[in-house]
Structure formats: structure tokens, C-alpha cells
Design a protein around this ligand. Sequence first.
Ligand code: ATP
Length: 267
Amino acid sequence: MSLLTLSAASYGVRGKTLLNQASMTLRPGELTVAIGPNGAGKSTLLRLCCGELAPTGGRVLWDGADLASIPPWRLAAARAVLPQASSLGFPFTVAEVVRLGMETVGRKLPRAAATAIINASLASADVGHLTGRSYETLSGGERQRVHFARAVAQLAAGRAASGRDDLPQALFLDEPTASLDIHHQLLLIREARRLADSGVAVFAVLHDLSLASSCADAILLMRNGEIVAQGAPDMVLTPDWVRQVFGVETEVLQASGGGPAFAYRLP
Ligand SMILES: Nc1ncnc2c1ncn2[C@@H]1O[C@H](COP(=O)(O)OP(=O)(O)OP(=O)(O)O)[C@@H](O)[C@H]1O
């Protein structure tokens, strides 16, 4: 079953094609990771998937319907987005930032239910101890974790407001681990994996190939605005593809219970 389908979706701006005929599917319960060099079109793909950009060619379908036809309030309950960079124009506290994620969907929730969602979301990103802090005083990594908590809260509020634990939902994460230390990278990926295991269709853009291979059900490999390979990690993250797309050589360090670890070097 697919939740989101792109059929030959393209996006161009001022005569330049940023995404060329991308076809892919996001399924409930699956964590899909997009990888590729800088400028390959990963963020553009993510922004098309979450409805932030409209395709200039092809189609983007959510649950079989044109994504653009889904009313914003319904979309807000169904998908949350962690963009690559987020700025806030107001001195919010951490709790207020997370509450912002629930603005559209959580208004009708009883106060106790909303508070429980906020606390659980803060804990899931390990930012519970920062609740009362001003967002502006946080470090880059702390801010990223707060935004992850905001997205998690939005999905939880969407489920609670709909009264459906099985509400089809998707989570879009654009380089969610970029500013995080190794502990919090693993923690965030574990949370993303947990959400996928609970039925959410998770789509993440990552640069760390080892992290991608350790958590993904499916990998989309991108180059020059195109998806050049997609499938299970061991089918896509082959030394050959990595050489072709990134211009680096792969060394397999170990194959233990946690999956293989890779090192990369310039040829
Ligand atoms: N509005 C725009 N006008 C022209 N070019 C654009 C515009 N927006 C993005 N691009 C270009 O489109 C290409 C794809 O951008 P995108 O942000 O999708 O890449 P990415 O794979 O996410 O890269 P990164 O890994 O560096 O984040 C880049 O070359 C970028 O410079």
C-alpha cells in the first residue's frame, strides 16, 4: 500500500530543471532515505513530497488523490516537516515552539492531552530539560532537536484530534542530523525508526551513508535532479554506485549485528 506516490514528477524554475521525472513511493511503516551529492535535488524532492512545492510536470498523489487537492487542515494532521533550516521571528520558549506545531491540529484537544503530547515529544528529542528556555539562546543542535519535537508533536496531535490511531501519516526530515552530536544522531534516527515502525511513512534526507544504511528500508540515490537508483540499502549503497555518484571509494569495515559500517576515501 502506498501513501505518497510521485509519477514522473518534475520541478523547474526559470528554465532550469531541479527535479527530472522522479517516480517513487512512500509506504506506511517504511523509512525511506534520500542520499546524493550537494545540489542533487534531495530537498526539492522532499518539498514536492510534502506539498511545499507543486510539480511543474508529472503528479504527486497522497492516498490516491492529487496532493494539491488536500485541504491544508487535513494535511496538517497527516504530515509534518522538519526543514533543513528553520528560523523563528519571535522570542518563543522551547515549549511554545513545540506547541506551534500543534496550532492547526491540536486546538480542540483538552489541555491535559496537549500537555502530555508536548512533554512526550520534548522527551523523544531529549530536550525536556530545555522546556522553559528561550529558543533564541539554544545551540544549533538543540534547535534542531526542538524542531524534531515540534514535528513529532504535530503528528501526535493529528492522531489525537482525528481519534484514529491508524491515521495515515508521513514525516519529512531534511538533514535532521546535520548539527547533532553522535549520541543525538542515533537517538533521532531511533525515534524516526520507531515512528516508522508504528506505521508512519518516514522520508529523510541524510548525508551519512552508514547511518542511512543502518536505518533505511529503502534508499533513493540522486544525482543531477534524478533518482538514479532506488531499493534496499544493500542494493543501492554498492561501491559501484557510490563511486559513480559521489566519486569516492568504499571500504567495508565490519559486518556485525548492527549491519555493516563503511569508510570512504578519495580515489
Ligand atoms: N530557486 C532556485 N533557482 C535556481 N536554482 C535553484 C533554486 N532552488 C534550488 N536550486 C538549485 O537546485 C539544485 C537542487 O537543490 P536542492 O536543494 O534540492 O539540492 P540538495 O540535493 O538538497 O543539496 P544539499 O545536499 O546541498 O542540501 C541545486 O543546484 C540548487 O542550487
